[in-house]
Design a protein around this ligand. Sequence first.
Ligand code: ZN
Ligand code: ZN
Ligand code: FE
Length: 760
Amino acid sequence: MALERRRLKISGVVQGVGFRPFLFNLARKYSVDGWVRNDYAGVVLEIQGDKCALDDFVATVWSGHPVPAVIDNIVSEYLPTEPCMGFEIKMSREGVVSGSPIPDQGICPDCIAEIFDPRDRRYNYPLNSCILCGPRFTIMGSLPYDRNRTTMEVFPLCPACSREYNDPGNRRFHGQTIACPQCGPKFWFTRPDGTPSGKDPGDSARNILKKGGILAIKGIGGYHLACHAMDEAAVSRLRKLKGRDNRPFAVMFKDIATVRSYCHLSLEEEAVLKSPARPILLLKQYGEAFPASVNPGLTELGAFLPYTGIQFQLFEDDLTALVMTSGNRSGEPLTVDDEIALSNLGPMTEGFLKHDRKILWRCDDSVLRWQRGRCIGIRRSRGYVPAPLHLKRELLPLLACGAQQKNTFALTKAEQVYLSQHQGDLDELTAFNSYQESVEHWIKLLRCKPEFVIHDLHPDYQSTIYARGLGLPSVGVQHHLAHLAGVMALDGITDPIIGVIFDGSGFGVDGAVWGGEFFYGEGTSWKRFAHLAYYPLPGGEAAIHQPWRMCASYLSRYAPDLLEQWLYSHDLGYQWKLLQSAIDSKMNAPKTSSAGRFFDAAAALAGAIKTVSYEGEAAIWLEHQADKTAEGVYPFLIEPHPEGHIIDPAVTLAALGSEIGKMPTGVISMRFHRTMAEMIAAAVQIGFDLTGIRQVALSGGVFQNRLLLDLTWERLEKQGFKVYVPEIVPINDGGIALGQAWLGSMMLERGITDVFGGTR
Ligand code: ZN
Ligand code: ZN
Ligand code: FE
């Protein structure tokens, strides 16, 4: 027998996911002696035993580790043997901080089973958790991850829980969030004014939901508001009380079988829904199963599964689908504070289900969509943050401040990027305050020290103003290049690439509002080789809510007769006259190449002329009208120009307009989407002819349009291009901070401030 001693350093997501207990049990199995301890990079252990046993031990670490853990690397080093007996779990060294804090984990099947088992001591105790499941990031004050640095600190373990905590064979061995009805956080039902009601909390909650009431429920990352998804009156009342526009609500289903009975569900989608992150997944629903108020006008539904014990208790055989929306008034950040919940949410509800485990950090539900073998990010938050993204190169120590809408920010540590949870729209003061607190918390949590700061070029974004106020060396990254750089960062692309960024709006380097952009280049050298033609944006931002304005803007130059007729039939002639004179005197009519506004215009012409309640609503309506079987395309125009090709969308719009009233909207919509894919493919082909580049990144909020992304992706692949889209990281402005970090770091390293090299 050859005795050996090795030191292993395991890095990755290995803290708070049952890793040390796993190693302990493994050591027993293979008769290995030594110790393990959480360390700054992950876990460190020393193992001593027979050479073969040590080899088997290491192999099993790789192959058999707990599911939520992610091993990045194991560094092994040989040491002289020393006398030792048994295997010990040592306490974390104070002052030593792990590189990888852990995301919140949805409750595991074992813990659920106990809640519903009358013989178990945790029967009916929904705050049950173990080493594999429960809240993590949202209750974590600092690292390393030990109970006394979480909000579980105030719940000392009872003797029974303590025995489990110290029993290496137990599922709760060194589980920092474990609890039971004796020692753990309490949960109860209260009336809207906060007075507790003595009855069974689950029964009281279900009764309210069945009667069409609204309930506030404290979850992992904040409060939810819930109501019966099949009750039109309840859903529309919730919408009204929340001040929510027409944006769709997500629906939480009792179980996967129920999801399958309402929505198309692939095996991959099922796996994402059931994953410990438990995100909301956008699924195609069968017919119109839900009341119109759930997802007005849409054929897609945001579905998710329960991920806390309390949520599991809400469902019954005749209560299988609940609208679950973030507990806040529209525009404000998610409520995490119990007092604020009582005063703000109380008046909207018939009752509260809550507990006294404090939520330290808000974290919204994540939103994804499975498409063509990729998991497209819409919102990356609970269940994914704060796990770092591992890039293929080291970045400078920096803070990337993100954009204005759907903000996230990013911090870097060598080749790791920590993308924050969803911060919301920073023009809302409460969101901006929360953003600043969040930045400070993350810096403390990660114990990182940003030496540089990256921001958008838009001078009025709150994130830009904040960045410039920090007094650190800074650089601005153009909004759409940041969208593109995010994709490159994720896929480690360093060679030349073509980027197609179809977006709502972003600040262009020429001061115009960009948003329909084609780039090629690499590193810090880029060329904007094509873009949608500039048209005036009548009334600026106001045009976002009145899609007809942009439609008139396009048609006035290209098809004045059609415009006049159209305005007349919708009684908009006078309003347009006023806007027209403002445009003529260059008042509040910035020029824009926004693809988002072009989709608005097409939707307006096709029938969505009324005022919309949120950005992109008209375009989403048009997408959901599409008759996939319809054939045909509209013409489009791409013309060479000294500053890059110009695509004039008005030509397409005029052709679309000529079919109004003659063709069904479904056909018009399909033709329009196919035209956009053809137009993108043609422009990309021009980029290829100029450069020979065969890889294309697609990003920007407009690509949240499933049909457009599908058609474009397919078309480009057919043309022989390799297509990249951002995975899990949002394709909208929620992904900007990652791209800022990637490109901004390169610009700072090379001392470059103008990546267009004056060639635009
Ligand atoms: Zn569990
Ligand atoms: Zn206990
Ligand atoms: Fe954007």
